[in-house]
Write a protein that binds this ligand. Structure first.
Ligand SMILES: *[C@@H]1O[C@H](CO)[C@@H](O)[C@H](O)[C@H]1NC(C)=O
Ligand SMILES: *[C@@H]1O[C@H](CO)[C@@H](O)[C@H](O)[C@H]1NC(C)=O
Ligand SMILES: *[C@@H]1O[C@H](CO)[C@@H](O)[C@H](O)[C@H]1NC(C)=O
Length: 414
């Protein structure tokens, strides 16, 4: 026994020297990975692979971008390719299938660069992976379906690449999956049923079509949902019960019908619904909890370029950045909006291109410098001189709407 204890350090030392402490399989995988990628920069100062010297005694402590398990043979547990520094152009080349030999890997990260080719199918054999983040490169092909079988996957970020194909239905089985970011690719097909405890879903700027998953199939835990810039359609009633949402972006799709009143609440502090085909009114603040619609600093609501009608209610007064332009709102704007603009709480209020008849501002009150207000092309002569308004170029030069378009909404007309 004593003999064994004395020998043990020696054995460990010998195997460490022989294998450089690191598993030989992992070491040869790292070699393959390096051989298939290159630094775009030629300056060794901000190059990533400078430290990857395969004659070094302990790659686990000297290679940039890897961490290893403690015990010998050490296994690579996280791999981060690229420096991630803003002055580094990143890597070029392809992702070697040899990554799949790093069987203890829990995190795989590739920073911004111009890496091309597909995501190796074999990645799906790395059962311990919990984070896959391969963003801002030029990866092509479809997302390997094997990724959607990884039992420990928590975060999948493949945004800003050129990925095609569809999102497989097996994604719904991944109960550990919390964060899915596939934005800015060319992914098509429909949005499948999602994992029940998903927190963050970004599918923006793809080629998705069809409707959102049915109401009872939406993850109630969702806090962040963006599907902006796709070809999605159908009603928004499926979102009614998502009470945890703080960020919602459905802009630039073909959604129609009314906006569920449950989405008008201050905890949903960023809501982008612009450029759809939404109809109906902005609801009244709920009588039971009017405080639920007291929006704070940083809040943004964009309902522009829809077909919303009726008179504005107090619900959105106080939103810091508020776009209501290019709808069919009528009547007088409630005083609370005007007060919020003149107190500087609302910093942007776009109301142009509606059928609004009155913006009840007190004569001579100076507009705070920080405020961008646009009231043109409504059924009134704006009470604020054109030179004091901050209208976007797209608002056009006309101060008011032609009278013949307004007669139907002119309540003061006999
Ligand atoms: C994984 O490692 C084995 C043994 O070193 C090797 O034969 C095989 O080619 C490797 N796999 C890949 C995908 O590189
Ligand atoms: C928008 O909605 C209206 C009325 O529901 C419908 O007639 C029209 O076709 C829709 N437009 C688009 C682009 O979906
Ligand atoms: C609304 O009707 C009144 C009374 O006929 C008229 O004086 C006013 O110019 C009209 N306003 C607009 C914007 O058409």
């Amino acid at each position: 026994m004593r003999m064994f204890l004395l020998l043990l350090p020696l054995v460990l030392l010998l195997s460490a020297v022989e294998t450089q402490g690191i598993s030989v399989v992992d070491l040869s995988a790292l070699r393959e990975i390096k051989n298939s990628l290159t630094d775009i920069t030629s300056s060794s100062l901000n190059a990533f692979f400078t430290s990857w010297d395969f004659t070094a005694p302990d790659p686990c402590s000297s290679f940039a971008g890897i961490t290893c398990s403690l015990f010998i043979p050490k296994r690579v547990t996280t791999l981060t390719l690229g420096t991630g520094l803003s002055d580094s152009p990143g890597l070029a080349g392809i992702l070697s299938p040899a990554i799949s030999n790093l069987s203890e890997l829990t995190q795989l990260v590739l920073f911004t660069g111009i890496v091309t080719g597909p995501i190796p199918d074999q990645i799906g054999t790395l059962k311990k992976l919990s984070v896959i983040s391969l963003t801002n490169n030029r990866l092509t092909g479809s997302i390997p379906t094997s990724i959607f079988t990884l039992p420990n996957l928590h975060t999948l970020d493949l945004s800003h690449n050129q990925l095609t194909g569809t999102i497989p239905g097996s994604i719904s089985e991944l109960s550990s999956l919390k964060v899915v970011v596939l934005g800015s690719n060319k992914i098509s097909g429909e949005i499948p049923i999602l994992p029940t405890e998903l927190l963050h879903l970004d599918l923006s700027n793809n080629e998705l079509s069809g409707m959102l998953p049915r109401k009872n199939r939406m993850p109630l835990t969702l806090r962040y949902l963006s599907v902006s810039g796709n070809r999605l359609w159908g009603p928004l009633s499926v979102l009614e019960s998502l009470s945890e949402l703080v960020y919602l972006d459905l802009s630039m799709n073909r959604f129609s019908g009314t906006i569920p009143s449950s989405l008008f609440r201050s905890t949903l502090s960023s809501m982008y619904l612009q450029r759809n085909n939404l109809t109906g009114r902005v609801p009244q603040p709920p009588l039971t909890s009017p405080a639920a619609t007291v929006y704070g600093p940083g809040s943004t609501v964009d309902l522009s370029h829809n077909s919303l009608t009726g008179e504005l209610t107090n619900t959105l007064a106080g939103v810091e950045t508020l776009f209501l332009n290019n709808n069919r709102f009528t009547g007088a704007v409630p005083k609370d909006y005007v007060e919020s603009v003149y107190s500087g709480n609302t910093r942007t209020l776009y109301l142009q291109h509606n059928y609004i008849a009155e913006f009840p501002v007190k004569e001579g009150l100076p507009l705070p410098d920080s405020v961008a207000l646009c009231l043109t092309y409504n059924c009134m002569v704006p009470p604020v001189p054109l030179g004091f308004m901050a209208c976007p170029v797209s608002a056009g030069g006309q101060i008011s709407r032609p009278v013949n378009q307004c007669s139907a909404f002119n309540t003061s007309m006999a």
